[in-house]
Write a protein that binds this ligand. Structure first.
Ligand SMILES: [Zn+2]
Length: 405
């Protein structure tokens, strides 16, 4: 199973709804303090030296494709410039004879290379850079504000550069992102039964018809047709060393946690929408922040079980499998066969594989800990390289703990 890039499909009426939210979800609601100071990258990669890299051929191919599935899995240093990058760096790709590969940013630094200013390999993947943080804080404080280029420049941000960053990370210009945030706020107001005309004015539109057009474009429905039944789920991107993840939660439960480039993400979001009659809005809430904190601790080797309350909502068979998965200890693996046997249906190995793939809570329900009985990795929705990384990360963390480091 291979993960494609996070592609959009415009054919389905509901698809733009989900994509608008997922693409527009801010990376910035989470306080930067979660990442500590400048040594965060080194902390993330603690224990990673024990991890073997993919082959040079595979890494060079990933580099040429700018394959996001490899983000955080290796770093590439260019001998002729003395700079090191992520595999996804937008800069022109170096000749093969000029590159060396490293398992961590810390290793590349230790070998005397400097971090690239374009792809910023020392930042957690997907995190908004320092130069954008003040602007993003202000956007979060007042999402309805309309920004002019002059006001953006007054904060020391070049609007062209901001657009480039937003295009790369959210697939939207900065103003497009703001429009989406405003509409998302409007959606939340409408779903608690506010009057559309008042909401349109609040969202900064001069007429109800202009608001309706924009609303229809983003959400695939008109503002009058929002029902009040389903919950509103807040969606946000969480940066991790393996690339951004997407989390969706209301005030009580986390419903979704998945790598942002996973092809199944769209399907999962649609299933959730159909099941819960929910709406997605970008932003932050306490459970999203808790998830971010816990997932960050997991990646730094400081957390083995998760406390964030989850809602799984599977069929009876999925529930059984997911419960069994949740009981596989940290750092251990089991086989599809054994899960099928434990689910009292030894013939059901394929169904176990499917239930694994349908898991909406990556890492928290550790479907990466199921491998084939011949010892091979089997599939993983987030990509096999990530599965391998997670298993090695957990083993390395256990080893370090056993050695008392
Ligand atoms: Zn770079």
């Amino acid at each position: 199973m291979r993960c494609g890039n996070f592609s959009r499909s415009r054919g389905d009426l509901q698809a733009p709804v989900i994509f608008a939210f997922l693409e527009a979800s801010a990376t910035n609601r989470i306080p930067r303090s979660f990442f500590g100071s400048g040594s965060s990258a080194a902390a993330y990669h603690r224990g990673m030296n024990t991890i073997t890299l993919p082959t040079d051929d595979e890494m060079y191919r990933a580099l040429l494709r700018r394959d996001s599935e490899y983000d955080g899995l290796f770093f590439v240093a260019v001998k002729s410039t003395g700079i090191f990058c992520r595999p996804t760096c937008p800069a022109k790709k170096p000749l093969r004879r000029n590159v060396s590969f490293f398992a961590s940013a810390a290793d590349a630094l230790a070998a005397g290379y400097r971090a690239c200013k374009r792809c910023r390999p020392l930042d957690a993947a997907g995190l908004a850079p320092d130069w954008l943080s003040e602007l993003m804080e202000r956007v979060d404080d007042d999402p309805l504000r309309r920004w002019t280029s002059r006001e953006i420049r007054a904060l020391g941000v070049d609007p062209v550069r901001a657009n480039r960053w937003f295009k790369a990370h959210h697939g939207l210009t900065f103003l497009g992102y703001l429009r989406c945030r405003r509409l998302a706020g409007a959606l939340a107001q409408l779903s608690v039964g506010d009057d559309p005309t008042a909401v349109a004015v609040d969202a900064g539109y001069e007429s109800l018809s202009g608001f309706r057009d924009a609303f229809q474009k983003w959400f695939g429905t008109t503002p009058g047709r929002i029902d009040n039944g389903g919950p509103v789920l807040t969606v946000n991107r969480l940066p991790t060393p393996l690339g951004p993840m997407v989390a969706a939660a209301d005030d009580q439960h986390l419903y979704l946690l998945e790598f942002a480039d996973r092809r199944m993400l769209e399907t999962q979001a649609k299933r959730l929408e159909a099941r819960l009659k929910c709406r997605f809005v970008p932003g932050g809430n306490p459970l999203i922040e808790q998830t971010h904190r816990e997932i960050t601790e997991y990646f730094s080797g400081d957390r083995r079980r998760f406390d964030v309350p989850i809602r799984r909502m599977g069929t009876p068979f999925q529930e059984t499998v997911w419960e069994l998965l949740s009981n596989i200890p940290y750092g251990k693996t089991t086989s599809y066969e054994r899960i099928a046997a434990a689910a009292q249906n030894p013939q059901a190995q394929r169904a176990v594989g499917r239930a694994n793939g349908d898991n909406r809570l990556a890492i928290i329900i550790p479907c990466h800990r199921v491998v084939r009985s011949d010892g091979r990795l089997g599939g993983y929705g987030g990509g096999l390289r990530r599965k391998q990384w997670l298993l090695r990360h957990e083993r390395a963390t256990l080893q370090e703990a056993a050695q008392g480091r």
